[in-house]
Design a binder for this molecule. Structure first.
Ligand SMILES: [Zn+2]
Length: 309
């Protein structure tokens, strides 16, 4: 059998996605498992069910700070069960590559998605938290890229990373639902509360909030716009530092593009250097949940050549 395929895995806080990927970027087979039970068992099962003689290696994108040389997760704030875990032995004889999940998403979009037309771009994953991946001259920049943890507010909200005022405490899905919940606790009127999540404000999802906003609920709209402004500050900082050709936005929150992202684009264009921002493209990722598994497979096929520094 020709050795020409890779297993790409995306390990997130809720789900693990895995796929068998060909060298030209086609997904041959894919599966999804929950990571709410034992994450390492879910990983082993996924690998077992996709492994065959054509597999040259396994790539993994993991939510958290990783040590790619030692193939270890240093710290994963959203999946504490994998803190300190060594992934190197999971390959059963084939090489294992690990990377941060937003970086593998950036590689996936560069290889087979919205990043194909750009030599350099910044990808942000907008979900429960905010992740970053930086593509520079067609390769992944070998830096921490923790864009969600840039400080944007002096003395701001406490972040799970230990700092204060991080971008993700103002602009992530968790921040948006938190802001709405808090406002309702303080007596604000909102249709979100009455009509969604069975009236339980602690069960509101980001989707409830977009739906309410698009239906004209003022509190939901303001929460999304406020988060969008902070996201715009973060994007302006990234434009000024990285001078990318594009900013690609991924994750569940891009469903609220017309309110949340429009606000971010407005704010970013007010703040970033005109010469750096006037021709920049701010666009949605195109490979959705597949970007992470594709990028992880890309790492297997390219190894150190996937990186620039
Ligand atoms: Zn932080």
């Amino acid at each position: 059998m020709l050795k020409d395929k890779a297993i790409g895995i995306d390990v997130g806080g809720t789900n693990l996605r895995a796929a068998l990927v060909s060298a030209d970027g086609a997904i041959i087979k894919k599966l999804k498992e929950t990571t709410t039970g034992n994450v390492m068992d879910a990983l082993k099962m996924a690998i077992e069910s996709l492994m065959d003689d054509s597999v040259v290696g396994i790539g993994m994108g993991v939510a958290g700070l990783i040590n790619r040389k030692e193939k270890k997760v240093i710290i994963s704030p959203n999946i504490p069960a994998i803190n300190g875990q060594d992934f190197g032995g999971l390959g059963g004889g084939v090489p294992v590559f690990i990377e941060n999940d937003a970086s593998t998403a950036a590689l996936g979009e560069m290889w087979m998605g919205a990043g194909r037309d750009f030599e350099s771009f910044v990808l942000l994953t907008l979900g429960t938290g905010i992740g970053g991946g930086f593509i520079h001259k067609g390769k992944l920049l070998d830096v921490a890229a923790e864009a969600g943890h840039m400080s944007i507010e002096q003395g701001g909200r406490k972040c799970p990373c230990g700092s204060y005022g991080c971008l993700e405490t103002y602009a992530s899905a968790r921040a948006i639902t938190g802001a709405v919940t808090k406002a309702i606790e303080n007596g604000a009127e909102s249709a979100v509360f009455k009509d969604y999540a069975g009236g339980n404000i602690y069960k509101l999802t980001p989707e409830d909030i977009y739906r309410a906003a698009f239906d004209g609920d003022n509190l939901a709209r303001e929460a999304l716009k406020d988060a969008g402004k902070y996201l715009g500050i973060g994007i302006a900082n990234l434009i000024n530092i990285m001078s990318p050709e594009a900013v690609i936005l991924a994750g569940g929150l891009i469903g609220a593009w017309d309110i949340y992202i429009n606000e971010a684009v407005k704010e970013a264009s007010k703040r970033a250097f005109k010469s750096l921002s006037e021709n920049i493209k701010i666009l949605p990722a195109s490979r959705g949940d597949d970007a992470g598994v594709l990028g992880a497979a890309h790492l297997v096929f390219h190894g150190e050549k996937a990186y620039t520094c």
